[in-house]
Structures are given as structure tokens and as C-alpha cells.
Write a protein that binds this ligand. Structure first.
Ligand SMILES: [Zn+2]
Length: 473
């Protein structure tokens, strides 16, 4: 292996250090929940309106309004995992319901502001999945500014200046338990952390599966096809709630078999808006959309926080700053079963919060799903292309969209040009502002907003004027 550590010490379970985190009250939710989408059963011919259970919204509102009582873990309290928007790179902060915190990778530059904003004073575990700059560039800052109980990496010897500096910082600080990853299971407070050793430490990443009851997360670092396949062959890829897309949504960061086994409901891609060498790749996006109900991206959504409850439910909050995160979307009620009925706590309802929860989403069932985004984070002021509709072909057939129209409630419409087709699993995106269409991106060439941020209807009509699908949000 050529490392300075010939015999990685096996890890043993350990308990987290660090004081309980103080939760700040959330900002009041605004009604700008624009991407609430019901998960609908496809393949039915009847037009079925699927309405989110009214009971789901108050219970989730209660979760937002709730502050955990001091002195211990609340039964049913959430863990939080935050994908810090560090541009091109990964920095993931995980906070258990009891305040224990861990961090996986640290971005290319200092993520200290994020740790401060999230109230993380110490880390029970810091993991460097692999020593590339976009993952370890900010580690010196973290190690210097926060007490870290245990540090875990892939076990490869330093070959870059960044990695040498990191090793020197670890040597200088002392007192940190250091180990190369082996297949093992750790406890970080209330969280269970399954460690997957890299397939080949020279090129591979440490993988992690983090569990909080029925809510689970897979963090594969930048693992590529071969490593993902090895993990799969080892039986180490469980069905999880949340998958961080490997390697920033690269085409070598997934295999269909891997995504199929992980079967995520939510995929998060940590990727920069610039200097990404074409990431995320369209084929990766397509694969994730085929498997997951939701796809979130740091380049479009900003900071992404997922609050995972032990009964398996989750909430997604995003925002351009960590102080500004808002509930963006929610776990949809699934036809025939509503796992969201169990509230995360019995705290008092806050009617002010409930009143401002976004409108209920109603989707008709059709071969196409529609998702509306209004004012995507990171959009320049006045750029109407921050508003867009994504149409996804959910059928198994190529759809000819020639002459089809996408209209809002006030029947402002966009007509697809002749020759527009949409392959199974693929998207077309209709932007509100100006631009040149390329067969995937289309532009309404509007000077004013089309989609109302407080709720609207997006209806797709075929060439004969028949309704194909309607999305009400
Ligand atoms: Zn990377």
C-alpha cells in the first residue's frame, strides 16, 4: 500500500464528545414552496388527483416549529445533514439529535463559517474520504479551529502539498485519534456510522452509511464505478433514504446497479456552478431522476439541509445562506400509505407557521411530470431564467412534443417547436427568460415572470389541445 501506516488500527465504537447544540428557531416558512410534488403512481390511465394528506403538513409544520427540550434527545427528534455550498467540492456536516456532530470532507477552502452558523463547536468524527483538494482543502482550518476527537481517512500516503499540510497539522495538533478506514461500524452519539473501506486506498474513497432509525444516508465520496461495484459485490450497499451523488454527479460516479441497490428517495449533488468540467453529467442526472423522487443540487439550491426523522421521514431546507434556509419541498404522501402520519414530537402547534406552509400540491397522472422552480438560488437579480419548468418523460416511450403547449393559470403559454421529442427518463427545461433553444433547454422569451411564487398551475396540452398533465402547486 506504500503508506506510513502499515497496519490500520481497527476502529472501535466510541461516544461523541461535545456539548449539546443549541437549535435556533427557524425562520417562519413562507408560502414559496415551489417544488412540492406528490409522488404519484404512474401507469394508470384514469386521471387521479393525488393530494398530499392534510395531516402531513401540520405534523411537519410542528417539526419546524418545535425546539427540542434541553438535556437530552427527544424521542423522534431529527438528525440534520447539511451539504455546504462550497462551490466545486464536498463539505458535509452531520448533527445528531443529541448534538453530536461529525463532518465528511471540508471543501476546497475553509468551511468554518458553516460550522459556526450551524452551531458546531466540536466534532466527534472528521472523515477525509480521499485527499483531493476539493475535499481536504478546508481541513486544516477545521482541525485548527475545532476540537476533533477522531480523524479517519483512506490510508493513502500524501502525494500532494495539500495532503502533506493536512498530515503536518494532524501531527502538530496531537491528541486526535487517527485511523485509516476499515470496514466497521461506529457510534457517533445517537447515530450509527457504517464505514466502508476504500476498494483501493490509492485511488478510492472512504464510503459511509449513516443511520438514524429508519432514515439513512449513503456518502460515497468520489467513488468511481469500480469501487461502487466492489461495495455492491461486498453486500455493503443498503437501501437508503438519501444518496449523495458520487464524484459530483460525474458519469463515472454511478452505475445503474449501484443506484438501484441504494434506491434513494432523495439524491443530493454537491457541485460548483463554475469550473466543474461539465459536472453534473446529463447521463448521471437521468439515472438519479429515474430512481429518486427528488434531486437537489448545491449549484442550484445553495446550502442543502436534510432533516431526517427516525421514522424515515425527511424534510429538505435550502437557501443561499445557512441563516436563510427554508423548507423547499417535503416528503410526499405515497398512495396507499402515509409514513408521515407519525409526528416527530408532541409540541404545541404553531398556527402562524401552519398558515404559511406552502400550498398543497396536486398532480394529475400522465406520461410527463412537471416541476416548477421560481427564483432559483444563485440567480442574478432580474434574471428570469432563474424561473423554469422541468418536464420529465415518465413513460417508456419517446414523446413527440411538437406543438404541445405549457401554460400557466392565466394561460400564458409556451409552444414547443416542431421536431421536439422527449426520450424516456429525459427532461426538457422551459426557462421564463431569453435564450437560444438547443432541444433540451427552451425559452419563453418573457420580460415578466410567468410562474407565481405563491402558487400556480402548470398545464401541458398536446397538439390537439387535450390536457396531458396538470401540476398545481
Ligand atoms: Zn471531488
Amino acid at each position: 500500500m506504500g503508506t506510513e501506516r502499515d497496519h490500520p488500527r481497527p476502529l472501535r465504537p466510541f461516544l461523541a464528545l461535545g456539548p449539546r447544540r443549541t437549535l435556533r428557531p427557524r425562520r417562519t416558512l413562507r408560502s414559496r414552496v415551489v417544488a412540492v410534488r406528490a409522488r404519484v403512481a404512474l401507469g394508470r390511465h384514469a386521471v387521479v388527483a393525488v393530494v398530499l394528506s392534510a395531516a402531513l403538513l401540520p405534523s411537519d409544520s410542528r417539526a419546524i416549529a418545535q425546539s427540542p427540550p434541553p438535556g437530552g434527545e427527544t424521542p423522534g427528534a431529527a438528525m440534520e445533514i447539511t451539504f455546504v455550498d462550497v462551490g466545486q467540492g464536498d463539505a458535509v456536516i452531520i448533527q445528531g439529535p443529541d448534538g453530536a456532530a461529525m463532518m465528511v470532507d471540508a471543501g476546497g477552502a475553509s468551511p468554518l463559517q458553516a460550522l459556526a452558523r450551524l452551531g458546531v463547536d466540536s466534532l466527534a468524527l472528521l472523515v477525509a474520504t480521499h485527499p483531493h483538494r476539493d475535499h481536504i482543502g478546508g481541513m486544516d482550518a477545521v482541525l485548527t479551529a475545532r476540537p476533533v476527537a477522531r480523524y479517519l481517512d483512506s490510508g493513502v500516503a500524501p502525494e500532494s502539498a495539500d495532503h502533506e499540510r493536512l498530515q503536518a497539522t494532524l501531527d502538530r495538533l496531537g491528541g486526535i485519534e487517527r485511523a485509516a478506514a476499515v470496514d466497521t461500524t461506529l457510534r457517533v452519539g445517537a447515530l450509527t456510522v457504517e464505514v466502508l473501506a476504500p476498494d483501493d486506498p490509492r485511488v478510492g474513497s472512504v464510503g459511509l452509511v449513516i443511520r438514524h432509525g429508519a432514515f439513512s444516508v449513503f456518502l460515497p465520496g468520489d467513488a468511481e464505478e469500480e469501487e461502487l461495484t466492489t461495495w455492491l459485490d461486498r453486500g455493503a450497499v443498503p437501501d437508503v433514504t438519501l444518496l449523495k451523488a458520487s464524484h459530483h454527479g460525474s458519469e463515472d460516479g454511478f452505475t445503474h446497479a449501484f443506484v438501484d441497490a441504494a434506491a434513494p428517495e432523495l439524491v443530493v449533488i454537491s457541485v460548483g456552478a463554475v469550473d466543474t468540467r461539465g459536472l453534473p453529467r446529463p447521463e448521471a442526472l437521468t439515472a438519479y431522476r429515474q430512481h429518486a423522487v427528488q434531486l437537489r443540487r448545491t449549484d442550484l439550491d445553495g446550502h442543502i439541509t436534510v432533516r431526517g426523522f427516525p421514522d424515515g421521514r425527511y424534510e429538505v431546507l435550502t437557501g443561499p445562506t445557512l441563516d436563510d434556509r427554508e423548507l423547499r419541498t417535503d416528503r410526499a404522501a405515497t398512495p396507499g400509505g402515509n409514513r408521515g402520519s407519525a409526528g416527530p414530537g408532541e409540541g404545541a402547534l404553531d398556527s402562524a407557521v401552519i398558515d404559511t406552509v406552502g400550498p398543497v400540491s396536486i398532480d394529475t397522472v400522465g406520461p410527463v411530470s412537471i416541476d416548477i422552480v421560481v427564483d432559483a438560488p444563485g440567480t442574478r437579480p432580474g434574471d428570469l431564467n432563474g424561473d423554469y419548468a422541468t418536464l420529465t418523460n415518465r413513460s417508456n416511450e419517446i414523446l413527440d412534443l411538437s406543438g404541445w403547449r405549457l401554460c400557466d393559470l392565466t394561460t400564458r403559454c409556451f409552444r414547443f417547436p416542431p421536431g421536439t421529442s422527449l426520450r424516456p427518463g429525459r427532461d426538457v427545461v422551459v426557462y421564463t427568460g431569453y435564450g437560444s433553444p438547443d432541444g433540451v433547454s427552451f425559452f419563453m422569451n418573457n420580460d415578466r415572470r410567468v410562474w407565481n411564487e405563491n402558487g400556480d398551475e402548470a398545464t401541458l396540452y398536446d397538439e390537439a389541445g387535450r390536457t396531458v398533465v396538470r401540476h398545481v402547486y
